[in-house]
Write a protein that binds this ligand. Structure first.
Ligand code: OGA
Ligand code: NI
Length: 374
């Protein structure tokens, strides 16, 4: 007897196939991009505007120089990069080549594991210490993005580590080593960034004492703050011009520290155009997140960025998003607020953000927009 499959059942079975992620899909060998990933024409990477897409040279900040006699000049370059681009390349950052290579290598080996092994970590809970998933917002996206990810909560590491993948067997060790170095670098960078925000504000004497105290506070809060590592995996895509690896978005934290392999993909929105950030083997790409934009009262920009995919080479990237603990309230630094520069954002906290993203698609700068005072 021939069983007739109901159309809805067939659609539902396909839907669950897509929930398994793009690594699984590409392993099954597909020649055409399934409809589920085809973006409306206006959201595709090759629309008219992108014809002019070019490579953008980001400002380069030399972390070693920041700790030498040129600190004042480097702080100025840092301020300029955060104001105009919201992005910069960090060289001489002090994280050793082997720590970085090991982290990228073990990430690759994780995604090469059989589906059943990766699948163990698939769950929809945003508060989970470890979460494997696909697309951007897997439970909300209508059209899916060509990305699989592994999200690891890193702080406090003694509580998080036992939940991280036990396979590959060296994963936890290598990942926690990278996470710790990453956190130290972040704290030093934030010290410099807070100092750079002071520049041009020396004249201000009102409420200075409160401002200083707030500065100490923010740095202390960041020490105990949240750290999320997102390992992104973009396998080769059969029709890359029809989809994206990640939609235009901004990152929520104070800073994101991004490690990318040698394959192009990251684009930032700069002066109305999408421009590609070519990978540079010895640097980290650093970007300002929403929380720093708020703290700086809008002076530093949390810039929109997105990810393109390609048909030839798999791409791996590792984004570390760092901010204050989830219950901490983030508000514009008082030092930066006066009559000429009124407060531009309302108080916000990370927990509010998490509620926001779980209730709707966090695309574009919706969250930041929702915190703006009009
Ligand atoms: C991110 C991100 C960029 C990339 O994970 O938030 O923007 O190149 N990643 O994968
Ligand atoms: Ni991002």
């Amino acid at each position: 007897m021939v069983m007739k499959i109901r159309k809805e059942d067939y659609a539902a079975s396909l839907e669950s196939e897509y929930q398994k992620g793009v690594m699984h899909l590409s392993e099954t060998g597909i020649a055409k991009l399934p409809k589920k990933y085809v973006l409306p024409a206006s959201e595709r990477p090759n629309d008219i505007v992108d014809q002019q897409a070019s490579n953008l040279k980001l400002p380069v900040i030399d972390f070693a120089e920041l700790h030498g006699p040129n600190r004042p000049q480097v702080l100025k370059s840092l301020a300029n990069a955060c104001e105009h681009y919201g992005f910069f390349q960090l060289v001489n950052h002090g994280i050793s080549g082997s720590v970085i290579r090991n982290m990228m290598d073990v990430s690759r080996r994780f995604f090469d594991l059989p589906f059943e092994e990766r699948h163990k970590y698939m769950n929809p809970n945003m508060y989970s210490p470890v979460r494997y998933g696909t697309s951007f917002n897997q439970t909300k996206d209508g059209v899916f993005y060509w990305r699989d990810f592994l999200k690891l909560m890193c702080y406090p590491s003694s509580e998080m580590l036992p939940h991280w993948p036990s396979s590959p067997s060296d994963f936890r060790n290598l990942a926690v080593t990278y996470a710790n170095e990453n956190k130290c670098l972040f704290l030093k960078l934030m010290e410099a960034i807070v100092e750079s925000l002071r520049l041009g504000n020396e004249k201000k004497t009102t409420e200075d004492d409160d401002g200083d105290e707030e500065e100490d506070n923010i740095l202390r809060e960041l020490e105990d703050g949240s750290q999320l590592m997102v390992v992104n995996c973009y396998p080769p895509c059969p029709e890359p011009q029809l989809t994206l690896g990640m939609p235009p978005h901004s990152d929520y934290g104070f800073l994101t520290l991004l490690l990318q392999d040698q394959v192009e993909g990251l684009q930032i929105h700069f002066e109305g155009k999408w421009v590609t950030i070519a990978p540079n083997p010895n640097s980290l790409v650093i970007n300002v997140g929403d929380h720093l934009e708020i703290f700086s009262n809008g002076r530093y920009k949390s810039a929109l960025h997105r990810v393109m995919v390609n048909s030839i080479k798999p791409r791996i990237s590792l984004a570390s998003l760092l901010t204050v603990p989830s219950e901490t309230v983030i508000r514009p630094w008082r030092k930066l607020v006066d009559e000429a520069n009124p407060r531009r954002y309302m108080d916000t906290d990370f927990a509010t953000f998490l509620k926001y993203v779980s209730s709707r698609e966090p695309k574009k700068k919706n969250f930041l927009e929702s915190r703006k005072l009009t």
